[in-house]
Write a protein that binds this ligand. Structure first.
Ligand code: HEC
Ligand code: HEC
Length: 304
């Protein structure tokens, strides 16, 4: 070695320039933003993976396609499973309905929900024409065409078995016409008495009451005129009218009767739904339950 290098020699600096330069000078400055540079950036940063002619990463494209396929397959599978379950449940419910008594169906919350849900469209297509969409009855200018089902005033009982029987066999409540057995005067008096009763003023028509008690009206309507559930004879003391509630209308009902065969009688005809298999037994059971719940259901649905 000839001479010791001075401590502040610059030799090292030349060999390892990075160590001696300040750090910010160690990097090349960015190239100026020419238009060519931007074209390049675009080509790198925004490859259009979905363009059909894209030459972009084939693996990525494959994975995306696979993901789509899996999502579609999964949806189809879940949907199929749901409907199969649903169908199984429905079959189970129908089986239970065919075996259980009406009371037991009413007591099973899930079965009851199913019953009401499936009875609603049956009611709409078979019963609503006469009884109204929500069982509110159908008012014609001659009175109620078919009775209200969503109130608590029943011709017969709302005992569930009676409702079932009415739907199975139908019903034609009968009242004879009195024009041949009573004088016009008696009919007028008894009609006035009936009208007064509905207004709570029965006491004001003693002549009419006498006719009522002696002409056989009580056989069906009862001593107190509150009706007979087994005969379907209406309560005459309330203000609910099946037919016309005017004095003239009441006179007419008493003169010609109900389903009496007289050409001027009131017609009240509920068809049988078991006849000719118009409805099967499960459907009739469901409807009996539906009707028994109409007073409650009507509470939640607006009356029309
Ligand atoms: C053609 C018209 C008509 C159709 C359709 C009809 N009903 Fe009736 N329904 C009547 C009439 C009229 C009465 C009253 C019968 C009587 O006077 O005995 C009645 C009575 C009833 C009663 C007895 C009401 C009470 O107060 O006790 C029930 C329950 C009933 N219907 C349910 C149904 C159901 C459920 C359906 C559908 C499956 C149906 N009805 C279809 C006309 C009809
Ligand atoms: C054989 C039984 C029977 C006898 C007897 C009878 N009725 Fe009736 N009556 C009925 C039935 C059933 C109805 C209801 C029909 C229906 O709603 O489908 C009825 C309905 C009526 C109605 C119509 C009520 C309404 O809401 O529009 C009047 C009014 C009436 N009866 C008065 C009388 C009078 C008064 C007598 C006696 C002179 C009498 N009835 C005798 C069975 C009878």
């Amino acid at each position: 070695m000839d001479e010791q290098e001075p401590w502040n020699s610059t030799k090292d600096d030349e060999e390892t320039p990075l160590q001696s330069k300040p750090l910010f000078l160690a990097f090349e400055p960015l190239p100026p933003p020419t238009s060519k540079f931007f074209q390049m950036q675009e080509a790198i940063v925004e490859p259009n993976l979905f363009a059909p002619t894209s030459k972009s990463n084939p693996i990525l494209r494959f994975l995306i396609t696979l993901l789509f396929a899996l999502v579609i397959a999964g949806t189809v599978w879940l949907g199929y499973d749901y409907f199969r379950d649903h169908k199984l449940h429905n079959e189970e419910y129908e089986e239970k309905i065919s075996k259980l008594s009406l009371e037991n169906i009413l007591a099973d919350k899930k079965l009851l929900d199913y019953t009401l849900r499936t009875a609603a469209p049956l009611f709409a297509s078979h019963c609503a024409d006469c009884h109204g969409a929500n069982g509110e009855g159908n008012q014609t200018d001659r009175g109620l065409f078919a009775p209200i089902l969503n109130d608590s005033d029943w011709l017969f009982d709302n005992q569930i078995d009676n409702l079932y029987t009415t739907i199975v066999y139908g019903s034609r409540a009968m009242m004879p016409g009195f024009r041949k057995t009573l004088s016009e005067k008696d009919i007028d008096n008894v009609a006035r008495f009936v009208k007064a009763m509905s207004e709570g003023l029965g006491d004001k028509e003693p002549a009419g009451r006498k006719v009522f008690l002696s002409a056989g009206c009580t056989d069906c309507h009862g001593e107190t005129a509150t009706g007979s559930k087994s005969l379907g004879a209406v309560n005459l003391t309330d203000s609910i009218w099946r037919f016309e509630g005017t004095l003239d209308g009441i006179r007419r009902t008493i003169n010609y009767g109900v389903n009496s065969g007289d050409p001027n009688d009131r017609i009240s005809n509920m068809p049988s739904f078991a006849e000719g298999n118009r409805l099967n037994n499960n459907e009739i059971k469901k409807l009996a339950i539906y009707v028994s719940k109409l007073p409650e259901l009507a509470h939640h649905t607006p009356r029309h």
